[in-house]
Design a protein around this ligand. Structure first.
Ligand code: NAD
Length: 292
């Protein structure tokens, strides 16, 4: 049994912490929102009075926070988590944040630190089937792996500090562009009188195949579990996709990489979100492409 600190018990963090508790670990948790802390206590966790208190004495300290500024503040700023943690602890940030902040925080932490963003959404967090993309020292990765395995299935060591965040933004940029062009193809097929099922049956087995089509189809019918079958309730909210596309474009600008389709995907998701669709599943962008 390990002692684990967990800070950020929101939509993702709470179910992830629950899976650690279910496996018999001792987890001290903290969140700024009292209701989150109460739900954590109800699941058997030990509520801490501050982020630093959650970190103190733990072998593994995990954060799952909204954005880079929260992560920097929790570890190096007012939260004081890095300084409060044991010198032998492994620090793990699972939030999706910008690459530069991930690298800065790892460099400033003074202890082995991993960036370990996830994909799989709240359903994956509940089921313990997240994918972790991990950056940081190999030795810290080896120690953290059994803990991450309680919350996820696919755990990939991507390289040094920040490499997990790079993998995450690259993956989601591909996903966004794939989803948009898949939705465009269905809209074109509708206008030309081709049924959804016929396009799915052909493209799903041809070179147009993608995860956006065969696992997350943006029209109802062909993939019964996709959000299109429940009026585009998320799933993966468009606001989160917009956030990740913003991170990918910031990273591209810093690295001097040309990503014109990523930039176009960002512009389209911004339009979709600004039209009042922040909480709609990202596959719902097909409605905007239909002009609806
Ligand atoms: P959320 O807003 O539900 O949870 C974040 C929690 O952090 C909140 O409960 C908030 O009160 C808490 N918090 C903020 N600052 C804090 C601080 N200083 N100390 C303690 N607690 C603090 O967000 P979420 O959906 O759980 O997402 C968390 C991260 O995971 C984000 O970076 C997001 O991009 C990423 N992510 C989310 C999903 C998803 O489907 N929700 C999927 C993959 C990745």
């Amino acid at each position: 049994m390990a002692r684990i600190g967990f800070v950020g018990l929101g939509n993702m963090g709470l179910p992830m912490a629950r899976n650690l508790l279910k496996a018999g670990h001792q987890v001290a948790g903290f969140d700024l929102v009292p209701a989150a802390l109460e739900a954590f206590a109800a699941a058997g966790g030990n509520p801490a009075g501050s982020a630093a208190e959650a970190a103190r004495g733990a072998e593994f300290v995990i954060t799952m926070l909204p954005a880079g500024r929260h992560v920097r503040d929790a570890w190096l700023g007012a939260g004081g988590m890095a300084a409060a943690s044991d010198s032998g602890a492994v620090l793990i940030d699972c939030s999706t944040i910008d690459v530069a902040t991930a690298r800065d925080v790892a460099a400033g932490a003074g202890r082995p630190m991993l960036d370990a963003p996830v994909s799989g959404g709240t359903m994956g967090a509940e089921a313990g089937t997240l994918t972790f993309m991990v950056g940081g020292p190999a030795e810290a990765f080896a120690r953290a792996q059994p803990i991450l395995a309680l919350m996820g299935r696919g755990i990939v060591h991507c390289g040094e500090a920040g490499a997990g965040q790079v993998a995450k933004v690259c993956n989601n940029m591909m996903l966004a562009a794939n989803m948009i062009v898949t939705a465009e193809a269905f809209v074109l097929a509708e206008k030309l009188g081709l049924s959804h099922q016929a396009l799915f049956d052909v493209a799903g087995k041809s070179s147009g195949q993608s995860w956006a089509l065969t696992s997350y189809c943006p029209v109802p019918g062909p993939v019964p579990a996709s959000p299109a079958n429940r009026d585009y309730r998320p799933g993966f909210a468009a606001a989160l996709m917009l956030k990740d596309l913003g991170l990918s474009q910031d990273a591209a600008a810093t690295a001097g990489a040309e990503t014109p389709l990523g930039a176009q995907a960002l512009a389209l998701y911004r339009r979709f979100v600004e039209a009042g669709n922040a909480e709609v599943d990202f596959s719902g962008i097909i409605r905007m492409l239909r002009g609806g």
